[in-house]
Design a protein around this ligand. Structure first.
Ligand code: PMP
Length: 392
């Protein structure tokens, strides 16, 4: 049965990770996979998460199933953190379902959309997270791409973005990164988000907003501002939320699908349908990560401790960004105006290979770097290597 199975090509980032692990050089630098590292280069457990786990260990009495929709209190607390005072939330015009990570939320949102409107297309700006298009295709949605980012200027190609909305058909889905664009870090201004919301409304196109990095740019609530702007204007929207970065819960698979619907009844139908789809995908989401987030967000002291830690992470990222921007590398200055974990270097494929071969510095073949992989101990060596390979 499986004799003729030809595996798809490996995801380039997974391949970078494999090569990094196989490298024995002590001073190797990993700028590949998008996890936050502290100033010592380590992925650490946030202190608020540790404390929350301690409390859970003491109080948890059983490990029963949480149900396909997950933990309703976790969902409400997370939604209230991201979308405080949002009318749609207060009026229950939003369906909330706990999912395994942001990936699960994205998949479930697409499944829901495809079930309702199988001929919808997903409009995707490139470059984007390598999982966006394959996941949509797996669900049976046709993807249409447009150029989201202008590598020459390092900013969003807003003209191409609006043209893609104008070309869309009513009922199509339009993928947007709510903040901290992966891989480019390029931002839209509040005015541009406003114009985009108006264009989507006029075209009757439904945004699917990937909110995977809230807290990494300006703050947990602040980073959901663009999403709020969209869902205040648009009658329907799908939002895929990840807690992986915001709480450092990568391995716990914690996320939430939020669907903004036109009425309470429609939101309820969305929730019930999403739950029945989840039942066929993973049955029940994993509990532990959501229980951690629920414990943090329902306790004022733990919440402020977590926010302070998130603030320190942002401050560190902003410091690295400033050092990169001031490095003199061609085009580096734009990095200061971008946000989140990533930036695109304009290095040739040969230069990227030389970074790996001669300097033990690993990054995606596209030139994307995870700036959290840089710190006081390795940034000078990184900048020197960039200078060397750029002139070679
Ligand atoms: N969207 C984007 C843009 C991402 O970069 C990621 C994770 N790298 C995800 C979604 C998925 O996050 P999770 O690990 O929570 O599934």
């Amino acid at each position: 049965m499986f004799e003729n199975l030809s595996p798809p090509p490996a995801d380039s980032l997974m391949e970078v990770g494999r090569l990094f692990r196989a490298d024995n050089r002590e001073a190797k630098i990993d700028l590949g996979v998008g996890t936050y590292r502290n100033g010592e280069g380590r992925i650490e457990v946030m202190a608020a998460v540790k404390e929350s786990e301690r409390r859970l260990l003491e109080t948890q009495t059983g490990k029963g199933y949480v149900g396909p929709g997950g933990d309703a209190l976790f969902c409400d607390l997370l939604a209230n953190t991201l979308f405080p005072e949002l009318g749609a939330l207060a009026e229950r015009q939003m369906a909330l379902v706990q999912t395994p990570g942001g990936t699960g939320a994205y998949r479930l949102g697409l499944e829901l959309a495809a079930l309702r409107f199988p001929s919808a297309r997903l409009i995707v700006g490139t470059p984007t997270w390598p999982n966006h298009i394959p996941t949509a295709e797996r669900v049976g949605l046709r993807c249409v791409t447009y150029r989201h980012y202008d590598p020459a200027s390092g900013v969003v190609d807003f003209g191409a973005l609006l043209a893609a909305v104008a070309d869309a058909r009513p009922g199509d889905l339009f993928l947007l990164h709510g903040c901290c664009h992966n891989p480019t870090g390029a931002v839209l201004s509040p005015q541009q988000w406003g114009a985009l919301a108006a264009a989507l409304l006029a075209a009757r196109v439904v945004p699917i907003i990937d909110l995977a990095y809230a807290g990494m740019a300006s703050g947990m609530t602040a980073d959901a501002q663009a999403t709020r702007q969209l869902i205040e204007v648009l009658p329907e929207a799908i939002i895929a939320i990840s807690c992986s970065k915001s709480f450092g819960l990568y391995s716990e698979r914690t996320g939430m699908l939020a669907v903004r619907a036109t009425s309470t009844a429609s939101a309820d139908a969305c929730r019930q349908t999403a739950e029945s789809l989840a039942r066929t995908l993973w049955s029940n989401p994993p509990d532990h990560g959501a229980a951690i987030v629920r414990t943090i967000l329902s306790d004022a002291d733990l919440s402020s401790a977590w926010r302070a830690e998130l603030h320190a992470m942002r401050k560190r990222l902003a410091g690295v960004r400033a050092l990169l921007a001031g490095s003199g590398y061609p085009g580096a200055d734009r990095i200061a105006a971008q946000e989140g974990l990533f930036a695109m270097l304009t290095l040739s494929p040969m230069a990227i290979e030389a970074m790996r071969e001669h300097h033990a510095i690993y990054m995606d073949p596209s030139g994307r770097i995870n700036i959290a992989g840089l710190n006081d101990h390795n940034i000078d060596r990184f900048l020197a290597a960039v200078r060397t390979v750029s002139v070679a």
